[in-house]
Write a protein that binds this ligand. Structure first.
Ligand code: HEM
Length: 185
């Protein structure tokens, strides 16, 4: 089935960045040892804890988004605590408009699709999943939550087509930020 134009455009704009992140994050390597798993989960927490307040002013009342139910920082903090880690705080990035915020949120929301695949792979390999529940926050409802997010994106794109470059810029900035936080020194 064809996807809304805004999703195709986001994939086009961020596909390379996703590939680079997927390679550089070395997720399967890092979850294999307790210390590196704790560090990885601390970084995921930092990503979500920084981006959520940055987009909140723009997204919290957006119709159909159910923003507060999509927030994951608290759940990741619990995962981190299960691994004996403590949250690190960081300054929120600057997000300048609702359109940009949707692009940023595409990055965080889309990670639940990759996360579902990773979760399934680890489960299939018989690995323990302590501290990794954040990878698969919506469980069997992942597809529904994603579909509803895409509907919100699409509705906003149809309502305000001129803002599309800002949505794409948000997606690109979101991936750059995620790469820095998850893979940086
Ligand atoms: C080892 C790490 C990763 C792997 C193996 C991976 C893999 C995948 C896969 C297989 C999909 C498509 C899933 C589906 O269609 O059901 C996907 C989608 C996506 N992932 Fe990742 N991912 C990884 C990390 C991440 C991270 C850390 C982020 C962001 C922080 C991210 C953002 C996205 C986005 C935005 C999509 C949605 C793309 C779209 O459908 O438009 N991914 N990922």
């Amino acid at each position: 089935m064809s996807q809304p134009a805004i999703i195709e455009a986001l994939r086009e704009a961020t596909g390379e960045a996703h590939k680079a992140l997927e390679t550089d994050i070395d997720l399967f390597g890092r979850v294999a040892e307790t210390d590196s798993r704790r560090d990885l989960v601390a970084r995921f927490h930092r990503l979500h804890a920084a981006v959520e307040p940055a987009v909140e002013p723009w997204l919290k009342d957006m119709p159909g988004l159910e923003f507060s139910q999509r927030r994951r920082a608290e759940g990741i903090a619990q995962d981190l605590s299960d691994l004996g880690g403590r949250p690190l705080t960081t300054r929120p990035p600057h997000v300048a408009s609702a359109a940009e915020a949707l692009g940023w949120w595409y990055v965080l929301e889309g990670s639940s699709l990759g996360g579902r695949v990773i979760h399934r792979t680890l489960l299939g390999q018989g690995k323990d999943l302590l501290g990794l529940s954040f990878l698969h926050p919506y469980g069997a409802d992942t597809g529904d939550w994603w579909r509803r997010f895409v509907e919100v994106l699409d509705a906003s794109d149809r309502r305000e087509p001129k803002a599309r470059p800002d949505v794409l810029a948000g997606g690109v900035a979101g991936f750059r930020y995620a790469h820095e936080v998850l893979c940086g020194d």
